[in-house]
Design a protein around this ligand. Sequence first.
Ligand code: ADP
Ligand code: GLC
Length: 515
Amino acid sequence: MDLSRYITTKDSSDFVAEERLTVVFASSEVAPFSKTGGLGDVAASLPMALAQRGHNVVIFTPLYGHLDPHKLRLSKRLHSLEVPRKSKAQSKVEATLWEGRLGQGVRIFFVDAEEYFGREGLYGQDGAAFEDNAERFAFFSRAAVEFARSYPLNVDVLHCNDWHTGLAPVYARHYYEEEFANTSVLMTIHNLAFQGTFEGDQFDATGLPKKFADEGELLDDSGKLNYLKGGLLHADRITTVSPGYAKEIQTEEKGMGLHALLQARSEELTGILNGADYNVWSPDVDRHISVQYDVETLNGKRQNKAELQHKNGLPVRPTLPLIGVISRLTEQKGIDVMVPTIRSLLSGLEDERDGFQLFVLGEGESWLHEDLEALAKEFPKRVVFKAGYDEAMAHRVQAGSDILLVPSRFEPCGLTQIYSMRYGTVPVVHSTGGLADTVSDLRDDPDHGTGFVFKELTEDAMAGAIERASAAYRNYRKWRPLMVRAMELDFSWGESAHQYESLYVSLAELQKAAE
Ligand code: ADP
Ligand code: GLC
C-alpha cells in the first residue's frame, strides 16, 4: 500500500480553540502507518480531532522496519534526538527524527532507532514477542520524554498510551520534575490486559535507579517488571476508552491485578469513549468498497454483500443474513465461545435458506486459527475464515455483512461495532465495557435499540442473540429502520475530543495553580 498519500503538506488554521494547547501524543501504533488493533486508529483520529479544535498536537511514534521514510516523503530533522539509556548522564542513543503531517495540521514524528525498531513487526513475529521488548519500549518511553523536552514550545500535555509508553511518566517525573512543572502527563489505558510485564531481572533495561525496584513501584506482587503500573502511578491523570470499562477495571474481576491501584486513583480516572473517523470508516466515502452507499442508497450495501459472498465462495443469497467478525484472535475476543455456538446453530439446519452465513477475518493465536479453519471446513457453504490482517478486507466485511458479531470476554471500547453501525451492519455484542456503552438492545427499547446484546458470555446466550438478529433480518420492514437508526448515530470524535480537551485544560490549570 502506498502510505505516502496520508502525509499531507497543508496546515489548517480553520479552528481556533480558546486556549491553544500543545500536546505530544506518544503511541506505538498510528494508523495507517502501523496498526495491530484499535490503538492505531485512535492514535491517528484523536490527534486529528484535537487539531481540528485548534490545538497543536504532535504525534510521536517509532519508525518500524516496514516504513520507508523516503517513500513516505518524510523530512529528516536536522538535529537528532539524544536519548539517555542508563541514567541522565550515562550512555545515550542518537536517534534520527523524521517528520510528516497527518491529515490537516497534525505533525507526526517518527523516531528512527535501527537497533530497536528497524525490523519487521511491531511487538514480535510469528506469534512470539521480541525478546528485547523491555529495552525497546523503555527506549521509546524515554525518547518520548526527551522529544517533549526538546520541543520548541512548552508542551502542555504529554499524552501516553498503553504500556509501551508506561515508563514515560516515570522518567518525566523522576528526572525532570522541574522542567516538566508546566507539563501534565496523562496515561490512557486502551487495554489493561497488556501491561508490559517482563522478568524482574530485566529491570536494568529501564535505566532507572534501583529504588524503583526496591520500593516495588515497577514490580508487581510476583516480582515481575510492570511498565503500565509505573505509568499509572506516576501520571497526573488516567483515562480509559469507555465509561463502562473505567468502572470495570476497578473491580478485582476485571482489574487484571491493578484494580487496587486504580481504585486508589479513582478520582483521577476518567472513561472517555473512543470516536470514529468517518473520513475513513463510512460507506459513503469508503475507498475500499466496490459500491459506496448511504441511508438513501441502501441497495449499494446489497451489492457489497453479493460481492463478498461471491468472491469468497459463499452462495449469493440476499435473504440469508451474513454475519461478519473482524477481530484479533485472542482470549479477549470470545472466539473460543463463538466457534461451538456457531457449530451448534448451523448443525441442525436442513434447509439452505435457513440460518445464516458467517465471514470471519482475523489473525492471532494458532489454536483459534485451527478452530476457525475446522469450522469453515465443516460448513463450506456457510462459513468463511480469512486468516490474516487485511485492512481493505476489514472495510469490505463491514460493508458486505448484515450483522457484526463481537463476542468479547471484555472490551475496553471496541471500534468494530462503532464502525459497523455506520455501515448499517447491525451489531450483536456481549454486554461488557465499551460494547455495552455503545450498543442498545432492540428488545429493551424497540424504538431506539441499535442491536442485540447478550448478558452472559455463554453459548446459549450468544446463540439466543444470533437467532434474534437472524429472525429480525428476515423482516425487512423492521430491519431497515434498525439499520437506518444505527447509521444515523453519531460516534464521531466531536464530543469525546471535547472531553479530552476539557481534561487537558483542567490539568493545565492545576499546574498553574501549583506554581
Ligand atoms: P482491538 O483494539 O482490541 O483489536 P478494536 O475493535 O478497538 O479492537 O479495533 C480493532 C481494529 O483493528 C479495527 O480497526 C478493525 O477493523 C481492525 N482489525 C482487527 N482485526 C483485523 C484483521 N484481521 N484485518 C484487518 N483489520 C483488523
Ligand atoms: C484496545 C481495546 C479496544 C479499544 C482499542 C482502542 O486495543 O482492546 O477495545 O477500542 O484499544 O482504544
